[in-house]
Every structure is written in C-alpha cells, then in structure tokens.
Ligand binder design. Sequence first.
Ligand code: ZN
Length: 322
Amino acid sequence: MISIDDELHMPAIGLWMDALRPRTLCFISHAHSDHISVHARTIATKATAVLCRARLATRAATDYEVREFGESFECGDAHLTLLPAGHVLGSSQIAVRTEHTVTVYTGDFKLRAGRTHEPCEVPRCDTLVMECTYGRPHYRFPQRRVVEEQLVQRCSAALSRGITPVVYAYALGKAQEVIAALRAAGLPVMAFGAVARMCQVYESLGVSVGGYDEQGAEGSRRCVVVAPPSLRRTRELAALAPIYEIAVTGWAVDARARLRLGVDCALPLSDHADFDELLAYVRRAQPKQVYCLHGFPDFVHHLRRAGVKARWFEPNRQLALF
Ligand SMILES: [Zn+2]
C-alpha cells in the first residue's frame, strides 16, 4: 500500500505525500518548506493552502483541493480523512481507509497542546507512517508551561538590564507559539522579517498571537525581538546591540547545544513529539506495523522492544532544521 522508492506515496490510489518533486496528486501535511512543492493537484487543509500560497508566492500554480478536518472523501477505491497533527496551524495527518485496512501518515506532529494551532488527534490504524525526529530516550522535553516560564524569565531579565532579548524561532509555527507565550505574560514583542508575514497570515485565518509591533516601529530596544534564524548576525539585529540571543528548539536538550548553536540561551520548546510522545502515539493508535521517517534509525528498536513491528523508512532530512 505504501511505497518510498524516492518519495512517500500510495501507488494504488496515485497519491503522493509531502513530495518535493512535482506530482499529479499530492497531500501536503503542513506548510514548512521541507514538505511543500507545486503539484498539479494538492490535498490540504485551508490553513495549509493559504500558508503555502503565501510561502510559494509566484510559483503557486497548484490547484488546492481544500478539505476540512474529519471530512471523508474518496480517492480511487479509498476513503481519505484529514486529522489535526498539532504541529503548526493547519498541520494535518491523513488516514487512508480501504475495505480491509487503515493507513495513517502523521506528517510532523506533537501531542502537547499549543497556543496557536489545533490539538493532535490519534486515530486507530493498521499501518502507521510516523515522523520520529526525536526518537531517542534523552529527548524528553519538560512541560511546556515550564519552558515558557523560563523564556519569559530570561527575556524579562534582559530587558531589565537594558539588553534586547532576541528569540530565534522559525517563522511558521514556532514564532507564533513564542509570541503568544510572551504576550500572555505581558511582554512587548517586535516581529522581524518573515515572522511578521506569517503572523499576518495566521491573523487572516482568525488566529491571534496576542499583538506585536513590526520591525521598524519605534521602541525595539524595549521589546522582545522574535526573528527567524536566518537573520542571525545580520546588520538589522546588530543594530539592536547589546542583545541576548535565545534559541528555541528540541535540540536544546543536547549537552553543549547552547555552544553549538552559538547563542546565550537554548530552550527546549519544540513543535515535534518527544520520545515519550512518539511511544504514546503508537500505544494509542495500536498499529500492526509502523514505518519510521526522519530522526534516528535506532528508534525502531525501541518500538520492537515494546512489541511493535517497526521498520526504518528513510534517511534523515529533518535534522537540518534549526
Ligand atoms: Zn514541520
């Protein structure tokens, strides 16, 4: 049913999933750049379609077939349903039902609740194709509330010393979570570059991040600056010196992560499932077979030890994400 000759697809129904090469029919799970491309026909949620159009801009000739979460629709002999993945706004899993079997592809997901996106749903299935980015036991993230408190405390401390805190967060998803957490704590925020553009798209979709100023507004030295990692060491940020640089990423639990990332502080705020969430997902979905994508090949051994039939499916291309 599932094949990954070069990219993930279901030959029986001609459906590709998160393909990077142009395909005739593709499901796009969410609008991160390592999952999107221009296809002849694309199945996606409304938020993902809007975010893809904003990100692909001039290349956006794709014909989007927008589907609601929970809506059942046909594709060949199969019934398809999209389910929220809890990764970023609009992020979706896809369940493919045939007469005898249910296959689910998770895309990127997490089970923890976020402030600016739909909560993840876990369907029962026979075959599960899941992303396993943090599939090693030391990737256990603290409670979200605890990490957010640390973020607020570090930013407040910098501001009180007359230093501008700069939080590096990828522009779609992580940045909105960071801004919503900072605003809930009453801190002023300035959104730089692509972060502001993605916040505008969120707002056009009815999701508020709690208010922020845009780059260029007065008073940036009294705000927490939220910027994409691509702006590090640019003149725009150097102009704010002195700055206190914070990275928010699941890799922050690694020893020496702060030094490797070259920042003053690294906090483990992730939009992906940690090790325990990966196992919890599998326990709830109760699949007969799991195919693991991304992360570490040895995660399959952890599943096998838990009595689950598991296979590694692909070389990693996710580790490069900041
Ligand atoms: Zn993603």
